[in-house]
Design a protein around this ligand. Structure first.
Ligand code: IVH
Length: 680
C-alpha cells in the first residue's frame, strides 16, 4: 500500500516538473534532482510491476515496434483550412470581408472579433483523453480516418499523459506535432558527423518521426506539440470563444503557444500578421503563416463549412522559406577547425525574408549524396537565422550535354586535394564525414574562422567584427586568439586600413559590451569541435560553472543528456590542451564574465521561473542584453503579454504590450527597477 502511495506522489511531482520544463519552459528543479525522482519511481515500479500503469512518466518509450499502424476513425472529421496565398495585408482584409459578407454585416456594424495564432509547420494530430488519461493519438489521414500513432506521440515529452484539474469525460485535442529547429539541427549534426543522411527540413523530420514503427526510433527524433482546437468532447461545458478554449486547454496542462491574440477586425489581423512576421526568425520553430479564426464558437457554427473547409478560419501565409534557384559554382570554405565545407554559389533568390547567394552543402558525403552540380536547379532553404542550405536538386531541370539527355553537362562535385587558403593537403579520416585542412597552425582561414565564430551573434555577439575586419586583424598579426580582442586599443584599430576613429570606437565598445555574457554563449564561442549551440546550452545547464565543466572527465560529460562518447571526447580533449586553457584564463582576466552558479542557484534567483515581456527601448540595455540577463538568472522572455506574464519591462515608446500589461494588472518595471530586481 505504501508503495502505491509513493508511486502516486512521485508521479504527481514528476508530472509537475515535466509541465514546468516542457510546457512552461521554466525548470523548477535541477536535472540531478529530477533524475533522482525518476529513478526512484522506476525502481518501485520494477519491484511492483502491477503499479507500472501506462500513464506513468516512466512509460513514455515503453512500447515494442509495431508491424503497422492500425486505423482510427475520427468521430469529428479533421478538416483542413483555406489558405490565403496573398502574403500582404490585403490577404487579411479579404478574409474579414468574406466573413462579414457571410454574416450579413453592414459596414457600420462593429468589427468581428478574431482569435489569431501561428500556423505551425508539422502534422495535425488528434489526442484523445478519457477521464483525463491519454488513450489514443491519431494522424489526420484523409480527415475521416487516420492512423493510430499513440506509441510515438507518448514519446513527446510536452504532451501530458494525464491532464490536470477537473477533466471532461472525453476530450479530444487537436494540434500540431512538429520538430523545433534546435532538435532538427541537433539530429542533423549527429547524422552528418556519421556520414548519414540528414533530414530535409523539420517538417519531414516530424513526419518521419510520427511514421516510425519503433517508438524508440521516434524518441530519437524529438517532437514538440501545440494544441489549437478540439475534436469530440463529452461532459464538458465548452467555453464561448476559441480563445477561451485555448486557455482551458492550457489549464489542463496541454502545451498552447504563447504567441496568440484576440483581435478586432481586419486591422487587428493585419497587425498580428506583421508582428509575427517580425518574430518569425527568432521563433524556435518554423511557421509558414498565421491562422485567423472567428473567436465566438456560436458564430463559427453559424458560418459552417464549404467542402471540408470552415468558412470561419483561414491560414494567411508568409513568404516561403524554401525556394528554387540555380547553382552558379561550387566552392569550398575552410572552417575554424579546418573543416572543409562545400558551398554552392547561387543566382540570388529571396527566401525566408532575405536575399541568399550562398548555401552550404555541409560536407563531401552530403554534397555527393545530393549530387549538386553547376547549372542545377536546387531547392534552397533558409529558416530562422541558420545558414541557408541546399535541400535537393530538381533533377529534371539538370542541363544535359545533348538532346537525348543522358549525359549531364557538368561533372559530379569533387573535393580539391589542397586547401584553397594555405595550400596544405586536405584529408578525410576514413571513419569521418568531414575533410579537413591539415595546416592547423599555419592556415590563416582557421584562425579567422575561429575569431568570426567567437564574435558571432549566437556566441559572444560582437557587433561589427565581421569578415573584413577579422581579415585585417589576423593578416597584420594584431590578433591571434580571441583573448587578444580584449587587449585591443584605439591606436591599433585606427591604424588599420580604412578605419575611421568613430567606427574603431564603436567596435571597441561592442567588444567591451560582449564581456558580460552567459556561460552557454561562452562555451559555444570557444568553438569546441562537435559542440554546437544546443550542446553548449546543455553543458552550461548541467555543470553550472566553467570550472566544473573544465574539471569533468569523459564519464562525467556523458552524464549530460544528449552528450555521447564523441562529444564527450572532444570536450575533454579541448580542455586538456594547455593552449586552450591559457586562452580561457586570458579571457577571464580580460574581464569576460557571466552569472555563475550551480543550476540550483539559478533556480533560487529572484526571477527564476518568472516570465518577462520586454517592450519599448530601454535607456542603456538592448533587447538582447536584457534577454540574456533574464535567461542567465533562470527567467524567461515571452513575446506577448498574457495572464502568465510576471513582469513587463517597458522603455520609451512602449506600445500595446504596455497597455495590455496595465489592463491585466501586471507589474511594470523601468530599466532601473529591473536592474534592482535582478540584483536583489
Ligand atoms: S486549425 C478547422 N490552427 O494546418 C480548422 N490548423 O489545413 C482546422 N495547422 O491540417 C485546423 N497550425 O495541421 C489550425 N493554428 C492552427 C494550425 C493549423 C497549423 C495545420 C493543421 C491543418 C493545416 C491546415
Amino acid at each position: 500500500m505504501e508503495a502505491a502511495q509513493r508511486v502516486a506522489d512521485l508521479r504527481r511531482e514528476i508530472e509537475r516538473h515535466d509541465h514546468a520544463y516542457y510546457v512552461l519552459d521554466s525548470p523548477t528543479v535541477p536535472d540531478a534532482e529530477y533524475d533522482r525522482l525518476f529513478r526512484e519511481l522506476q525502481a518501485i515500479e520494477a519491484e511492483h510491476p502491477h503499479l507500472a500503469t501506462p500513464d506513468s512518466p516512466t512509460q513514455r518509450v515503453g512500447g515494442k515496434p509495431l508491424a503497422g499502424f492500425s486505423q482510427v476513425r475520427h468521430v469529428v472529421p479533421m478538416l483542413s483550412i483555406r489558405t490565403e496565398t496573398d502574403t500582404e495585408p490585403s490577404g487579411a482584409m479579404a478574409f474579414d470581408a468574406r466573413v462579414r459578407r457571410e454574416m450579413g454585416l453592414a459596414e457600420t456594424d462593429p468589427p468581428v472579433e478574431y482569435a489569431a495564432e501561428l500556423k505551425f509547420d508539422g502534422l495535425a494530430i488528434n489526442l484523445r483523453y478519457e477521464s483525463g488519461v491519454l488513450v489514443q493519438a491519431a494522424t489526420r489521414g484523409d480527415g475521416e480516418t487516420g492512423e493510430d500513432v499513440t506509441q510515438n506521440i507518448r514519446t513527446v515529452r510536452s504532451i501530458p499523459l494525464r491532464l490536470q484539474g477537473e477533466v471532461p469525460e472525453v476530450l479530444e485535442v487537436r494540434g500540431e506535432a512538429f520538430m523545433s529547429r534546435m532538435d532538427f539541427e541537433r539530429y542533423n549534426e549527429k547524422q552528418r558527423a556519421q556520414g548519414r543522411a540528414a533530414l530535409v527540413n523539420p517538417r519531414n523530420g516530424a513526419a518521419g518521426s510520427i511514421r516510425q514503427l519503433d517508438p524508440a526510433m521516434a524518441a530519437e527524433r524529438p517532437l514538440s506539440f501545440y494544441a489549437y482546437g478540439l475534436g469530440e468532447t463529452r461532459g464538458w461545458d465548452l467555453p464561448a470563444t476559441h480563445g477561451g478554449v485555448l486557455d482551458a486547454l492550457a489549464a489542463f496542462g496541454l502545451p498552447v503557444c504563447e504567441h496568440r491574440a484576440v483581435v478586432q477586425g481586419a486591422a487587428g489581423l493585419i497587425a498580428f500578421h506583421a508582428r509575427m512576421r517580425e518574430l518569425r526568425d527568432a521563433l524556435p520553430f518554423d511557421i509558414d503563416g498565421v491562422v485567423y479564426k472567428v473567436n465566438a464558437l456560436s458564430l463559427q457554427q453559424r458560418l459552417g463549412f464549404v467542402t471540408r473547409e470552415p468558412r470561419w478560419a483561414v491560414a494567411h501565409k508568409y513568404p516561403a522559406e524554401e525556394m528554387l534557384t540555380t547553382v552558379e559554382a561550387i566552392e569550398v570554405q575552410v572552417g575554424r577547425t579546418g573543416a572543409i565545407t562545400p558551398v554552392a554559389r547561387l543566382a540570388p533568390v529571396f527566401v525566408g525574408g532575405v536575399t541568399v547567394t550562398n548555401a552550404t552543402l555541409h560536407n563531401e558525403i552530403e554534397a555527393r549524396r545530393k549530387d549538386v552540380r553547376i547549372g542545377d536547379t536546387v531547392i534552397v532553404r533558409r529558416a530562422g537565422d541558420v545558414i541557408p542550405e541546399v535541400v535537393s536538386v530538381v533533377l529534371e531541370r539538370r542541363p544535359m550535354r545533348d538532346l537525348l539527355g543522358d549525359e549531364p553537362l557538368h561533372p559530379a562535385f569533387e573535393l580539391p586535394k589542397s586547401c584553397p587558403v594555405c595550400g596544405s593537403a586536405i584529408e578525410r579520416p576514413e571513419d569521418e564525414a568531414i575533410a579537413r585542412c591539415t595546416g592547423g597552425l599555419i592556415c590563416p582561414a582557421q584562425r579567422k574562422q575561429a575569431l568570426l565564430h567567437f564574435a558571432g551573434r549566437r556566441a559572444m555577439d560582437i557587433e561589427g567584427l565581421g569578415d573584413k575586419l577579422v581579415e585585417q586583424l589576423v593578416d597584420n598579426a594584431i590578433v591571434k586568439t580571441p583573448a587578444d580582442l580584449y587587449k585591443l586599443g584605439l591606436l591599433a584599430m585606427v591604424n588599420l586600413e580604412r578605419m575611421a576613429e568613430k567606427s574603431a570606437a564603436n567596435i571597441l565598445d561592442a567588444i567591451a559590451k560582449s564581456k558580460q555574457t552567459t556561460l552557454a554563449r561562452f562555451i559555444f564561442a570557444l568553438g569546441i569541435r562537435n559542440v554546437g549551440e544546443a550542446t553548449a546550452k546543455d553543458l552550461a545547464r548541467h555543470f553550472g560553472t566553467l570550472d566544473a565543466l573544465m574539471a569533468a572527465d569523459v564519464d562525467a560529460l556523458q552524464q549530460v543528456p544528449d552528450v555521447g562518447p564523441v562529444v564527450a571526447a572532444s570536450v575533454a580533449r579541448f580542455f586538456a590542451e594547455p593552449h586552450n586553457v591559457e586562452v580561457i584564463e586570458q579571457l577571464r582576466a580580460g574581464g569576460v564574465s557571466w552569472a555563475e552558479g550551480e543550476p540550483s542557484a539559478v533556480v533560487n534567483s529572484p526571477i527564476a521561473g518568472k516570465t518577462f515581456v520586454l517592450t519599448g527601448s530601454l535607456p542603456t540595455l538592448t533587447r538582447d542584453e536584457a534577454k540574456d540577463m533574464i535567461e542567465a538568472l533562470g527567467g524567461k522572455v515571452a513575446g506577448s503579454v498574457s495572464k502568465k506574464t510576471d513582469y513587463v519591462v517597458a522603455g520609451a515608446e512602449a506600445g500595446s504590450k504596455l497597455d495590455k500589461a496595465q489592463a491585466l494588472g501586471i507589474t511594470i518595471l523601468d530599466e532601473s527597477q529591473f536592474r534592482e530586481l535582478i540584483s536583489s
